[in-house]
Design a protein around this ligand. Structure first.
Ligand code: NAD
Length: 477
């Protein structure tokens, strides 16, 4: 099967589904058209739902071992096409090629992990008070799943959902971001090549997500909604899912604190921050959004950090040696620049700023004298801006760190064992990097608390998100 056509379309029941309603996918590095893609119509969305319902019935006859084999083949196909997938991702999303290759492997890692977990969806027997009654549980697929994903990780956010859903025996309707539809389509074509049933993985492309998703939210046949994206849209989707009481998983926005204590190894803290802040030009949900530095180590930390930031190269992700690609679109750049100017008006100072950039590129910035009440400390920056807040003691660091509505990822650097114990327990976040700036891993549970979401992806918990527990109470004579 040809992976990409001259023009691309939604992928429904194992085939391209074409409409005349075309739009252009642009390369954020130069605004060139990568491809024209068509938006799905009403007939397409009905076909996708009917096909997904049919695939769910077919999957009831496919064993967990067989589903595991399909996932293993899908994993192998993703890896054997890694260069093509990475280049496609750079073209539609903008991240540097080496990061894109890293994402392809990370995405494949979820498929591999859930190929292994597919065969472990065990039920239980429960000791009964009555010897003539046997109590047990079995796990069954939730049903047809609707998934919505963002543009910042065009492959991994999809495999993190589709692989466990398929492992559990669910069929899946995906609406990827309209900014990065091509990666999603390529992934679905590889899944079908791997032997996934037509209709088990539908990809619907649209420039009108609100209308499509509102329609699907009202369909009782769709039993689960899994969303990765902003907290604002997640909140709306939760309310829309209430009508038909869908199971929901919400992977929403973050506002990660990155805390550097006086006892930290400063060189390691800077290395960790560079990874946690500048990957994907700062456009990650687990990006260090507020850098909290204890007064005693501020001078050494800021000097080390400035050297590292000044070495960053901004430019097209296809050019070897570039570290920071463009932001995804104009509103993203306007938002980051607005946050910098509001911070300056509120009393922050520019400690370092790279040379001015054009187009959607933006120079890295270090802001100092930031305080927890500023807009920049209470908004997901999603850009290459380090915003530094100083603190005087551990209690104050925790009050600053926990004083926001989000609770996705947090990081801290310390070499004091007792402090590590106290702080890791006191931080109100779903994931904590302790002397480590890169925490995402298919084998570990990813997810947030507070307004950063509901549920976990990856790890053994990721499979349960797509399974219902059924209790069986059997009486013997
Ligand atoms: P977004 O919420 O604007 O869009 C996400 C998806 O929702 C896209 O597919 C979009 O088309 C769709 N969408 C937008 N409006 C909709 C509506 N009214 N109804 C239905 N669907 C709608 O987010 P984004 O800008 O694409 O992504 C960035 C956000 O995603 C950030 O907040 C980031 O933190 C978050 N994110 C979270 C995680 C996580 O695992 N927690 C991972 C990656 C990104």
């Amino acid at each position: 099967m040809q992976l990409l056509l001259e023009h691309e379309h939604s992928f429904i029941n194992g085939k391209s589904y074409q409409t005349q309603d075309m739009f252009a996918v642009l390369n954020p590095a130069n605004q060139h058209i990568v491809k024209h893609v068509s938006s799905v119509d009403e007939k397409g969305r009905m076909l996708a739902l009917t096909g997904a319902k049919h695939a769910l019935e077919q999957l009831r006859l496919v064993s967990a071992v067989q589903r595991s084999e399909v996932l293993k083949k899908w994993h192998a196909l993703i890896l054997s096409n890694e260069e093509m997938l990475a280049e496609l991702m750079v073209a539609e999303q903008g991240k540097p090629l080496h990061e894109a290759l890293g994402e392809v492997r990370y995405a494949a890692g979820f498929v591999e992990w859930f190929a292994q977990e597919a065969i472990r969806s065990y039920g239980e027997t429960i000791p009964s008070q009555n010897t003539l009654v046997q109590l047990s549980t079995i796990k069954q697929p939730v049903g047809v799943v609707l998934g919505i994903t963002p543009w910042n990780f065009p492959l991994a956010m999809i495999t993190r959902k589709v692989a466990p859903a398929y492992a559990a025996g669910c069929s899946f309707i995906l609406k990827p971001s309209e900014e990065t539809p091509l990666s999603a389509i390529a992934l679905a074509k590889l899944a079908v090549q791997a032997g996934m049933e037509a209709g088990a993985f539908q990809v619907l492309i649209t420039t009108q997500p609100a209308e499509l998703i509102e329609y699907y939210c009202q369909c009782a046949a769709i039993r689960k909604l899994t969303f990765t994206g902003s907290t604002k849209v997640g909140r709306l989707l939760l309310s829309q899912s209430a009508t038909t009481i869908k199971r929901t998983s919400m992977e929403l926005g973050g506002n990660a604190p990155f805390i550097v204590y006086d006892s930290a190894n400063i060189a390691e803290a800077v290395t960790g921050l560079m990874a946690a802040k500048f990957r994907n030009a700062g456009q990650t949900c687990v990006a260090a959004n507020r850098v909290l530095v204890e007064q005693g180590c501020m001078a050494e930390f800021i000097s080390c950090l400035t050297t590292a930031v000044a070495a960053l190269k901004v430019g097209d992700g296809m050019v070897a040696g570039n570290d920071l690609g463009p932001l995804i679109h104009e509103p993203a750049k306007v938002k980051v620049e607005g946050l910098i100017s509001s911070a300056l008006k509120q009393g922050a100072k520019i400690h370092y700023q790279g040379a001015a950039e054009t187009g959607l590129f933006i120079a890295p910035v270090i802001l100092t004298h930031v305080t927890p009440d500023m807009d920049i400390a209470n908004t997901e920056i999603f850009g290459p801006v380090v915003s530094v807040i100083t603190f005087t003691d551990e209690q104050q660091s925790l009050s600053f760190a926990n004083g926001v509505e989000e609770g996705l990822a947090a990081y801290f650097y310390s070499q004091d064992v007792s402090q590590i114990h106290r702080v890791s327990r006191a931080l109100e976040y779903g994931m904590i990097g302790i002397n480590e700036g890169m925490i995402s891993n298919p084998v570990a549970p990813f997810g947030g608390v507070k307004q950063s979401g509901l549920g976990r992806e990856g790890a053994k918990q990721g499979l349960d998100e797509y399974l219902e527990v059924k209790y069986l109470c059997q009486k013997f004579d």
